[in-house]
Design a binder for this molecule. Structure first.
Ligand code: BGC
Length: 765
């Protein structure tokens, strides 16, 4: 069991994240929570105006990164880290009244409130500022990043003078001068500034990677004012001085277009000009807002989860869904994966991990299929980099990087970068899962086949025969449990490889039958030989999967059962997290595991294992797992639901929906735990809902926690939107939109139409 304490930063509300008590010491946690994004641009919830207190001003644009090199060391060990760069602060604002500059670190203010409205996707903040000379100004800030226009961000400021008239100066612009927080460096060189059009622009490039970002903005004010331009080296802004009457409200609307280019080219400015003309020509702030709100309204109709009589988890799960949908939308034109922190912070460098396919993909498969496809396309477009990486490791085929932005390996820790094969098998699993759920043969055949062939080639070249047992396995690897490295015959790695071979062979057979021409083209392109397929079948058949015949427990890796045991409950609280408090090599000497590996396999391939096997392995590994990754508790909770351990299931679930909202891991300030947000959704849909999607048709087997009066979830499946309501007596299912679909509920198949089906709830064993 986990013993972590959360803190409450925001008010519990079903649809909003509300901060009412201003506390300077929490600013960075709240900035993470108030992130707004559209998958291409992400902006932390920092203040628009000057704030001299502790803050992390951070805006990130997918695919815009810098890199640093270390000294080259051994062959195959990466020496370059890529990191997403802190991009333009498009909210840059300064407000001066009565000769005083607004700064919530020092200014006197009251009635402060910041609200992220999840239903509409709008962040607002308001308060009354009392200047030293006695002027009271009501200020309201509003922002959103358009979910319908990839490059567009919107900011609005409303100022009302409450007790007399006065002059207010507003400076508003775009600023590239912020430092990357982790490396304490500004990575931008200015290329140009321009004020010749009816909008204002500044273009900058990163120092080493030559990535270009151009920020363009247009401001509309509700009242005429004196105007000018204020410029600095990497900043350009508009200065406006307003004479405002008592009780008069002035509104300032700013639309910002952020454009990025992969490399310098002569047409940058003209291409940027075209985009600006199209956006500024067609859209006003209010039109953009209307479109954006309509997007969210439609989205929620299709993806909402309701939880009866549990307001904390209700808020928590909607927060998770909202952040997931805005972290990766499928709309972005750049080839990019989803970062472990989305676009909400710098930790993990904006890199994508195996989390994408194993944890995030299932969420998108049932909520936003475009995003799911885009995630897999990222792996298709970066296949050449994975092939290059395999060569560096003396392997054939394609070895997908453990951490990456552009498809190259960005992790300089050799034990992860060289020993973890789990991204390659996750990509293969992602393709399999995507196909099972969508039946999109075109995508599987045209893009998936090549990936699968190359991953199998890598696995074949990495796989070896054990001298004693004469079986195939992987030697010197690290599985998902990062508390054991350089192990042999890791269960997860062996099993995932076996399955990868098997479904690649199946896929190739299917392609040959259905489209022989394409099959021939692909085999010619990849130079695939039939002898390779035979070898893969042989390896899959003779893969070493170690299971204790009596207990039915799969050994996590060869020798694991012999490792010294440590009772997790005896580890003092102040030594947790272990990875920060124990000498690195000490961690590897016990049977304590960081996160599930054997149990994860049992969820990914839910039909391959018997109930008894699942139970035996759960009972064994649950006692040994310290859950030091936020990816961990939800998997235990999902299996606990299946096994009938309802109290445990709920206990693990407690951390899921509010991990960031209540800052359980004490590091939300660094950014959101995107994978764990996805895992919270999995926890409800796959856990309490009992969904399994590795079979056709998908299965449901709902249960309900004792303290919930009901819960409901919606999934998009086979061109239909389904609503599933679970109460203590019944599971009620109906189709909200689209074609009729087949579904299995407690092992019986039903056709789901607009007419409600009511099925009595079944307690599991
Ligand atoms: C986990 C990995 C995960 C990474 C990024 C680590 O703590 O152990 O499995 O890929 O975080 O989320």
């Amino acid at each position: 069991m986990i013993n972590k304490k959360g803190s409450r930063y925001v008010k519990v509300d079903p649809w909003c994240i509300i901060e009412e008590n201003f506390d300077k010491s929490n600013m960075r946690v709240l900035e993470s929570l108030f992130t707004v994004s559209n998958g291409y641009i992400g902006t932390r919830g920092y203040f628009d105006e000057l704030f001299t207190g502790d803050t992390h001003i951070g805006t990130y644009v997918a695919g815009v990164f810098e890199e640093i090199y270390e000294k080259p060391s051994y062959k195959g060990v990466p020496n370059r880290t890529q990191f997403i760069v802190n991009n333009v602060n498009w909210l840059y604002t300064r407000i001066i009244a009565d000769g005083e500059e607004l700064d919530l670190n020092h200014s006197n203010f009251s009635e402060y409130k910041r609200v992220l409205d999840l239903k509409k996707g709008i962040l607002t903040r308001e308060f009354i500022w009392h200047t030293k000379k006695g002027l009271n100004l009501k200020l309201k800030f509003e922002r959103f990043i358009s979910m319908t226009q990839n490059n567009v961000c919107c900011q609005k400021i409303e100022i009302t003078l409450l007790n007399r008239s006065g002059k207010v100066k507003i400076i508003s612009g775009v600023d590239f001068s912020h430092k990357h927080r982790i490396y304490d460096t500004n990575y931008w060189e200015r290329l140009f500034k321009s004020n010749e059009n009816d909008y204002i622009s500044i273009g900058c490039k990163t120092i080493k990677t030559n990535k270009i970002s151009i920020a363009n903005f247009k401001i509309e004010a509700s009242k005429t004012c004196e105007q000018g331009i204020v410029e600095g080296e990497k900043i350009i802004s508009k200065e406006m001085v307003f004479d405002i009457e008592e009780n008069e409200t002035v509104e300032i609307e700013k639309v910002v277009v952020i454009n990025s280019f992969d490399r310098l080219n002569e047409n940058l400015q003209s291409e940027n000009g075209k985009l600006c003309q199209s956006v500024f020509g067609q859209y006003s702030y209010s039109k953009l807002k209307q479109e954006h709100e309509r997007f969210w309204e439609r989205m929620w109709e299709e993806v909402d989860i309701e939880i009866g009589q549990d307001s904390e988890n209700q808020q928590g799960i909607r927060f998770c869904i909202f952040q997931m949908l805005q972290a990766y939308s499928g709309m972005q034109q750049v080839v990019a994966g989803i970062g472990a922190k989305g676009l909400s912070g710098e930790v993990y460098n904006g890199n994508s991990f195996w989390d994408s396919e194993v944890y995030c993909l299932p969420f998108y498969l049932f909520t936003n299929i475009d995003a799911a496809k885009k995630l897999l396309e990222f792996r298709y477009y970066t296949l050449p980099q994975a092939q290059q990486r395999a060569k560096e490791l003396d392997l054939k085929g394609a070895f997908y990087p453990i951490a990456t932005i552009d498809g190259t390996e960005s992790c300089t820790l050799w034990q992860h970068a060289n020993l973890q094969l789990q991204v390659s098998t996750a990509v293969a699993y992602g393709l399999y899962h995507y196909y099972i759920v969508t039946k999109d043969e075109k995508f599987l055949f045209e893009k998936g086949t090549e990936i699968l062939i190359e991953v199998c080639r890598m696995l074949e070249s990495r796989c070896q025969l054990g001298q004693k047992d004469g079986k195939y396995g992987f030697f010197g690897v690290m599985g998902p449990d990062e508390f054991h490295m350089m192990v042999n015959n890791d269960f997860y790695t062996n099993y995932m490889a076996k399955k990868t071979f098997e479904f690649t062979i199946e896929g190739l057979k299917m392609l040959k039958t259905k489209d022989e021409k394409l099959y021939n083209e692909i085999t010619r392109k990849t130079e695939l030989e039939s002898s390779e397929i035979e070898r893969w079948a042989d390896i899959a058949k003779n893969m070493n999967i170690i299971q204790d015949p009596q207990s039915k427990v799969f050994e996590q890796h060869e020798g694991y059962f012999n490792l010294p045991h440590i009772e997790l409950s005896t580890i003092p609280e102040d030594q947790i997290p272990i990875y920060k408090n124990w000498a690195y090599d000490r961690i590897f000497r016990y049977d304590m595991i960081k996160q599930p590996a054997v149990l994860l396999c049992m969820l990914l391939f839910s039909c391959d294992f018997t109930f008894e096997e699942k139970k035996a392995n759960y009972d064994y590994y649950d006692l040994r797992c310290i859950h030091e990754s936020s990816l961990s508790p939800s998997i235990h909770s999902i299996l606990a639901c299946e096994l009938g351990y309802y109290d445990k299931a709920y206990e693990y679930f407690r951390y899921a929906t509010r991990l960031d909202l209540d800052n359980y891991n004490r590091n939300t300030e660094e950014g959101l735990h995107i994978t764990s947000l996805a895992a919270a959704w999995l926890n409800i849909v796959y856990g309490f809902g009992g969904m399994r999607s590795d079979t056709v048709p998908i299965k449901l087997a709902p249960i309900i926690p004792d303290n919930w009066s009901y819960y409901s979830f919606r999934i998009k499946y086979n061109r239909a939107v389904l609503k599933i309501v679970v109460d203590p007596q019944y599971v009620t299912i109906k189709k909200l939109k689209g074609a009729d679909v087949e579904l299995m509920v407690y092992d019986k198949t039903y056709t789901i139409t607009e007419d409600e089906i009511k099925i009595p709830i079944k307690k599991r064993r």
